[in-house]
Design a protein around this ligand. Structure first.
Ligand SMILES: [Zn+2]
Length: 168
C-alpha cells in the first residue's frame, strides 16, 4: 500500500509537469531584418502555420527593393528559415536579397539566369555574429534545397529547389 501510494504520488507529479506551460513546445518564431532599408518584422507560427497578415508583411520585407515589386514567396521557404533561426536562439536573419524581378536579377553580375530568387523561392542572408560556414551546415541540416556559400561576401543563399551546393 505504501509503495502504491508513492507510485500514485509520482504519477501525479508527472502529470503536473506535463501540464506546466514551461514544458510546452517552444513557439516557432521568424524574424527578418532587411539590411538595405532597416525594416524588421517578427511573427510566430500558429498551429496552422503563418497568418495571412504575417505572410503579407514577410513578403514585403523580402520584396525586390530596387524594382519596388512584391511577390508571394514560397511558404516552405519561411518554414526553412524559421528552423534555421531556431538553431541560433532566434537571432534575426539579416536579409540581403529576397525576391528579384527578372530585370533586377539580370543586372546582378554572376546571378543565375533561372534564379530561384525570380520564382520567389530563395533568399540571401546572414546572422550577426555567426560564421557563414556554420549557417551553411545548419541550412543543409534543416531542409534547405539549394545552399550557396559566399564566404568573401559573408552570406549564404537558401532556396526550396532541389538539393544543391555551391561556393563562390
Ligand atoms: Zn541567392
Amino acid at each position: 500500500m505504501y509503495q502504491r501510494r508513492n507510485f500514485m504520488a509520482a504519477l501525479a507529479a508527472q502529470s503536473f509537469l506535463l501540464a506546466t506551460p514551461a514544458v510546452a513546445r517552444a513557439k516557432t518564431v521568424l524574424e527578418l531584418e532587411r539590411q538595405r532599408t532597416g525594416e524588421k518584422f517578427r511573427c510566430e507560427f500558429g498551429r496552422r502555420g503563418l497568418k495571412d497578415k504575417d505572410l503579407t508583411s514577410l513578403n514585403w520585407i523580402l520584396r525586390d527593393v530596387s524594382a519596388g515589386a512584391v511577390k508571394s514567396m514560397d511558404i516552405e521557404l519561411y518554414e526553412v528559415l524559421a528552423r534555421i533561426q531556431a538553431q541560433f536562439s532566434g537571432a534575426p536573419l539579416m536579409i540581403k536579397s529576397g525576391y528579384r524581378t527578372q530585370k533586377t536579377n539580370s543586372s546582378i553580375r554572376g546571378a543565375a539566369r533561372r534564379s530561384k530568387h525570380v520564382e520567389g523561392r530563395a533568399v540571401d542572408f546572414t546572422i550577426k555574429g555567426v560564421k557563414t560556414y556554420d549557417l551553411v551546415k545548419v541550412a543543409q541540416a534543416n531542409g534547405a534545397g539549394g545552399v550557396g556559400y559566399y564566404p568573401r561576401r559573408g552570406f549564404i543563399h537558401v532556396d526550396t529547389g532541389q538539393e544543391r551546393y555551391w561556393r563562390r
